[in-house]
Design a protein around this ligand. Structure first.
Ligand SMILES: Cc1ncc(COP(=O)(O)O)c(C=O)c1O
Length: 414
């Protein structure tokens, strides 16, 4: 028999930037008996979660819920609005932007991949800063024939700990007077970092369950705009399971055209109740909590004398922090040691930064002391691995958290 709970005592420190630790409240909600997905109770559940999730995306328009990982929702977003051979303008912020670009190519789209040239500390410059909206504006202005059908960017680049200014990308498209759709991956940003689908003029937002929504993996989303729905009526890429039209129609009564993942929907309902709870500041309170945790973790990294991967303070991720290792130190060896000695999982460096950095997640079921535990694990592990530290990051983070109390109303929420 496979043993799933193999940690001898205490809680495993799951400090990767997703899947994130799931609050007990959500685990309990998901343990309820599975019900008839065509029955009356299910319709009420469906209508509730569909309304709640619109509030999380901050949209008045339909949000599609798929029983799939985020990669499925990436494909769905492109397949619904584009036709074979269409050109899409994408931007290389890191590994996930690169994977979305590869997926678009495999679907038969032509992709242009913008990036900043050069490298800093052995890390591509484009992987240390957010999307440069002026590069997008210049490229769109040059596209006088409007061959580019969509601009695709990642809001919170999980491989680097860098966010992008989505409102600035919208302004760039408008300044170029270009009709391209704006498509955004907020798989790891939603429900942790500020995100406003309607106000920022996004046409399709892609997201997933296993990050800020604090759910297990297995559910993903497309939030739509009227312009995206209009485009889906004439788009020619093949789609059947992913097609929005039948789902939107059945969602009106709270049902789906296929069997939805019932128990994850119980979890989603509970997660939305937690995230939207005004006693804990609602969504704004959620964003503020993650900002503060990010600041505490960055205080630790600075005190260690290590380099934060995000090189632009205006776009630090509130979801995770990327830590660059000194030249000659294998970040994965450090991670392995921390895992073996202190039962703490940290995010690996992905793609072009493999071995150069590791990632500390500050999302999901988390609080000041969870983070202090994780930072203590990091500090002990770094020292054991022979990394020379300038000072104590643990002390710096303790000073930060003690000196910057969360507003009373935010203290008791996940
Ligand atoms: C920003 C981003 N985009 C896309 C994905 C892919 O999602 P999934 O692994 O759920 O398919 C991830 C997963 O970590 C991600 O962080």
């Amino acid at each position: 028999m496979l043993e799933l709970d193999f940690h001898p005592t205490g809680r495993h420190f799951l400090q990767i930037p997703g899947p994130s630790p799931v609050p007990d409240r959500i685990l309990r909600a998901m343990s309820l008996p599975t019900i008839d997905h065509r029955g009356p109770e299910f319709g009420a559940l469906g209508r509730k979660v569909l309304a709640d999730i619109q509030r999380i995306f901050q949209t008045r328009h339909p949000v599609i819920i798929y029983p799939a990982s985020g990669t499925g929702a990436w494909e769905a977003a492109l397949a619904n609005v584009l036709s074979p051979g269409d050109t899409v303008l994408m931007y290389e912020t890191g590994h996930f932007a690169s994977l979305w670009q590869r997926l678009a190519t495999r679907l038969g789209l032509k992709t242009e991949f913008l990036a900043l040239p050069g490298a800093e500390h052995g890390v591509p410059a484009s992987w240390r800063r957010g999307v440069q909206a002026d590069l997008i504006e210049a490229r769109l202005k040059a596209d006088t024939q409007h061959a580019i059908k969509a601009v695709c960017v990642v809001h919170n680049e999980t491989s680097t700990g860098v966010t992008s200014n989505i409102a600035a990308v919208r302004r760039a498209i408008d300044a170029a007077k270009h009709p391209a759709l704006l498509m955004v991956d907020s798989i790891s940003g939603l429900a942790s970092a500020e995100y406003r689908h309607d106000a920022w003029g996004v046409d399709v937002t892609v997201s997933g369950s296993q990050k800020g929504l604090m759910l297990p993996p297995g559910m993903s989303f497309n939030a739509l705009s009227p312009k995206a729905i209009e485009a889906s009526r004439t788009a020619k890429l093949p789609k059947a399971f992913w097609a929005w039209d039948e789902i939107i129609e059945m969602n009106k009564s709270g049902y789906w055209p296929y069997t939805p993942n019932t128990n994850l929907l119980y979890g989603l309902s509970e997660a939305c109740d937690m995230l939207l709870d005004e006693r804990h500041g609602g969504l704004e309170g959620t964003f503020a909590r993650h900002q503060r945790w990010g600041e505490g973790v960055r205080a630790a990294v600075r005190a260690w004398g290590l380099e934060i991967q995000c090189a632009d303070a205006s776009v630090y991720s509130p979801v995770l922090t990327g830590v660059i290792m000194p030249e000659g130190v294998d970040a994965d060896a450090v991670r392995k040691l921390i895992h073996e000695r202190f039962d703490c999982s940290l995010g690996t460096g992905l793609g072009k930064v493999k071995g150069r950095m590791f990632r500390i997640g500050h999302l999901g079921d988390c609080n000041d002391l969870t983070l202090m535990g994780a930072l203590a694990g990091c500090e002990m592990g770094l020292k054991l691995a022979g990394v020379r530290l300038a000072g104590s990051g643990v002390q710096a983070a303790m000073d930060f958290f003690a000196g910057h109390p969360a507003p009373q109303s935010l203290q008791r929420a996940a």
